[in-house]
Design a protein around this ligand. Structure first.
Ligand SMILES: *[C@@H]1O[C@H](CO)[C@@H](O)[C@H](O)[C@H]1NC(C)=O
Ligand SMILES: *[C@@H]1O[C@H](CO)[C@@H](O)[C@H](O)[C@H]1NC(C)=O
Ligand SMILES: *[C@@H]1O[C@H](CO)[C@@H](O)[C@H](O)[C@H]1NC(C)=O
Length: 409
């Protein structure tokens, strides 16, 4: 009897230790769009020089591709990836990337396959065929071995969507189970980037299986709004905005980060497996009426706001491009404390994006929900050169948010 209080205390202390061991949100996974090596001027991103491996503890090289006819993993840019190819020695991208571990031994390096541009078809074909799945897994392992990566990241966008097939959802489970079995033999790390919304989760994934087989689920909680909406909106807002209230469009109104993350948790994802994806870029619009530049203002149909000088894609603006614009041209910036994010406009263009404060708040949110880690898409659109101030402002804001005493939010 007299030992009971001691035992109770001991149990309480052990429980506290156990819960604190699993509860801390740690680090930031950084995707790198390696083609940014070809960008002009201040937009040129050299992984060896510009990737911040003090803040990024997991770096992910994008992208390799896949052959639908065989299931083989292939390089999409021999010159950049290997350092071979016609006419010279090339850039040795894979090995330079994994060589960064020499500077930071705790760094995890992954190779990613897929991405938006590759669509879904080849992944759908390969995952539906046991022989091709085997080839997929074996050739992936071959790449990791040869170039010293620690893991593989599946960015199939998305099972059962775009040019995919309804059987993809089940086949994706089989694929990741087989990847898991093989990776356990080698100690490789398996992750996937997933569509964030509740609708995407239902169409593409059996969430408990992902939570079981993957080491990390990177929830791409961005691109939730864009020029396709026909009205302006911040693309990765943490919370719901009342600006959509009188649009009578519940689909638009329900697309916000907190709703996505809770959707994944409600469907059975272990919070510790989740990496909260955050953008270092904005989605832009062309205003239909220059005098209406609020949230949910009418926007012109088409591809969105004018392309930036580095990313050169209408509808998207890197934070680095935006911060340079803001210094020179007439952008007006507005903080939205309801959704958590900023928007900015000129007489013709409108962009919604994250800044230091919103990323700090989102990181605190990840900590509150005990998510495993944070993630950014992508390293090459932060102000990585420090053109507008101190270098890596957005990554630094996430680091600040992860600290016990954030100063930015
Ligand atoms: C990247 O930076 C490294 C280190 O400064 C340099 O050796 C290399 O040539 C650069 N690569 C490119 C493609 O500019
Ligand atoms: C799909 O695979 C085929 C080979 O079967 C290849 O020619 C094609 O480029 C691949 N498509 C994509 C988008 O990667
Ligand atoms: C990789 O490193 C080599 C040697 O420093 C350099 O010449 C090459 O430009 C680098 N590749 C990239 C993509 O930066």
């Amino acid at each position: 009897m007299r030992y009971q209080p001691v035992i109770v205390l001991l149990v309480a202390v052990l429980a506290m230790l156990a819960s604190s061991a699993v509860s801390a949100t740690k680090g930031t996974a950084c995707y790198v769009g390696t083609w940014a090596n070809y960008r002009d001027g201040n937009g040129k991103f050299n992984t060896s020089e510009h990737l911040n491996i003090d803040i990024c503890d997991h770096i992910i090289y994008t992208f390799v591709g896949i052959r639908g006819d065989t299931g083989e993993v292939i390089s999409l840019d021999d010159w950049l990836d290997y350092g071979t190819g016609s006419g010279g020695t090339g850039l040795r991208g894979f090995l330079n990337f994994t060589d960064l571990k020499k500077k930071n031994p705790n760094l995890r390096t992954s190779l990613a396959i897929g991405g938006w541009r590759q669509c879904s078809l080849n992944y759908s074909i390969v995952s539906n065929d046991p022989v091709k799945r085997r080839k997929f897994i074996d050739t992936a392992v071959g790449f990791l071995k040869e170039y010293n990566f620690d893991g593989f990241d599946l960015d199939w966008e998305y099972p059962s969507q775009r040019d995919g097939n309804p059987v993809d959802l089940e086949n994706f489970n089989t694929l990741i189970r087989e990847f898991r079995e093989e990776f356990d033999k080698h100690g490789y790390y398996l992750s996937a980037a997933v569509g964030a919304s509740n609708q995407a989760a239902d169409l593409s994934y059996h969430v408990p299986s992902l939570s079981k087989y993957l080491d990390r689920i990177f929830v791409m909680a961005y691109d939730l709004h864009g020029s396709w909406d026909g009205i302006t909106g911040i693309h990765a807002p943490l919370y719901r905005t009342s600006a959509y209230d009188n649009t009578n469009n519940e689909t638009l109104a329900s697309l916000y980060v907190d709703n996505c993350i809770r959707g994944w948790l409600n469907r059975g994802a272990d919070p510790e497996k989740i990496g909260l994806g955050m953008p270092t870029y904005g989605k832009s619009f062309k205003l239909a009426d220059s005098s209406n530049h609020n949230l949910a203002a009418p926007a012109l149909p088409g591809n969105g706001g004018s392309a930036g000088p580095y990313t050169k894609e209408s509808g998207t603006l890197g934070y680095n491009e935006y911060c340079e614009y803001k210094q020179t041209t007439g952008w007006t910036e507005v903080w939205d404390g309801e959704q958590i994010g900023i928007y900015a406009y000129t007489t013709t263009d409108w962009v919604g994006l994250d800044n230091q404060k919103s990323l700090c708040i989102k990181t605190k949110y990840a900590k509150d929900l005990k998510l495993g880690t944070t993630m950014i898409w992508a390293a090459e659109t932060d102000d990585f050169r420090g053109v507008c101030g101190t270098a890596h402002p957005l990554l630094s804001a996430i680091k600040d948010g992860l600290s016990s005493n954030p100063t930015l939010c």
